[in-house]
Write a protein that binds this ligand. Structure first.
Ligand code: SF4
Length: 302
């Protein structure tokens, strides 16, 4: 009996996630679409206007033709915030793998996942530790929130993490961010969402930078100095004169978000992670009876 309940729950969860992956591959979340509109309107050059018109035409065609809005559907990442009281924790990972496998066929998604040591494409976007799944547990809660993200290659290229000595100064961190965006940002189809992690070593800063760009646009770091740093870096990056698709323009970034943690007295670490204009980030919340609510795409149905 328990076995049947678990199998049914896994199927329900996987089927819902397959449909949610489909939605997120074809339609941008509301906050990203609105921010993209705002940035397009801030551009003045005829070339920038042509590019933004092409971006919106592309998004419109994706909707009409029911097809992904970029050919690089990336690698699937799932960031989970799970209540310890959510009754179906055991089926989540297998359900996400199943949803990824099925969505690769049904959406369809480009098979992008390659096994490192065999140099072989797995053809269904699953494989060693893929899809990428990250868990955060919340005691005393019964819901599961799933952030779905499509990590395209162009967006991954500018990512980098460095650990400095405090004697290098906070300026070293700012320089690192500006170098990452100005050297490789154009690979990621600007305007970009720039996530910055401030911590004490490489993996802690890298994880924070990822969480930073998954944050809803328009939210600010809770510390006033962190919020000011976000605004200052955003303004500074936009003065580089890089616009959409790396051509001259007023906005290389849609948004800059920072996440931070305590640091060691003797280290300052920074990581940068960027995402592109097709920032395919979707958030869905499951309740304990596996009913769900989509938080990022208003009016969407599955
Ligand atoms: S950077 Fe983004 S929009 Fe550009 S090709 Fe990659 S996934 Fe597509």
């Amino acid at each position: 009996m328990v076995h049947t309940e678990t199998s049914t729950a896994k199927k329900t969860f996987a089927d819902t996630m397959e449909k949610f992956i489909d939605l997120c591959s074809k339609r941008l979340p509301d906050d990203v679409y609105a921010k993209l509109k705002e940035c397009g309107e801030a551009e003045e050059s005829p070339m920038q206007k042509v590019i933004y018109d092409a971006y919106f035409e592309n998004l419109e065609q994706a909707k009409k033709m029911n097809t992904p809005c970029c050919q690089d559907t990336g690698l699937l990442h799932f960031y989970l915030t799970a209540g310890t009281g959510f009754p179906w924790l055991d089926v989540v990972e297998e359900g996400l793998r199943e949803a990824t496998r099925k969505a690769t066929c049904s959406v369809p998604l480009r098979p992008n996942t390659v096994n490192w040591f065999e140099e072989r494409n797995t053809l269904d976007n699953t494989g060693e530790r893929m899809p990428w799944i990250h868990w955060d547990l919340v005691p005393g809660n019964e819901d599961l929130e799933v952030v779905t993200f499509f990590a395209g290659a162009g967006c991954c290229l500018p990512g980098s993490s460095r650990v400095f000595k405090p004697s290098d100064g906070y300026g070293a961190i700012i320089k690192h961010v500006f170098e990452a965006v100005s050297n490789l940002g154009i690979n990621a189809c600007p305007p970009l969402i720039v996530g910055i992690g401030l911590g004490h070593n490489v993996e802690n800063a890298a994880l924070l930078s990822k969480k930073a760009y998954l944050r809803p646009l328009g939210t600010r770091h809770p510390h006033p100095k962190g919020a000011k740093l976000e605004r200052d870096i955003l303004d500074g990056l936009n003065k580089l004169g890089i616009g959409a698709q790396g051509l001259r323009g007023n906005r290389v970034t849609l948004e800059v978000n920072i996440e931070s943690s305590g640091r060691h007295t003797a280290t300052i670490a920074v990581a940068v992670n960027v995402s592109c204009y097709t920032h395919r980030r979707g958030v869905i919340r499951f309740y304990k009876d596996l009913t769900w609510e989509i938080l990022t795409h208003k009016g969407a149905t599955l």
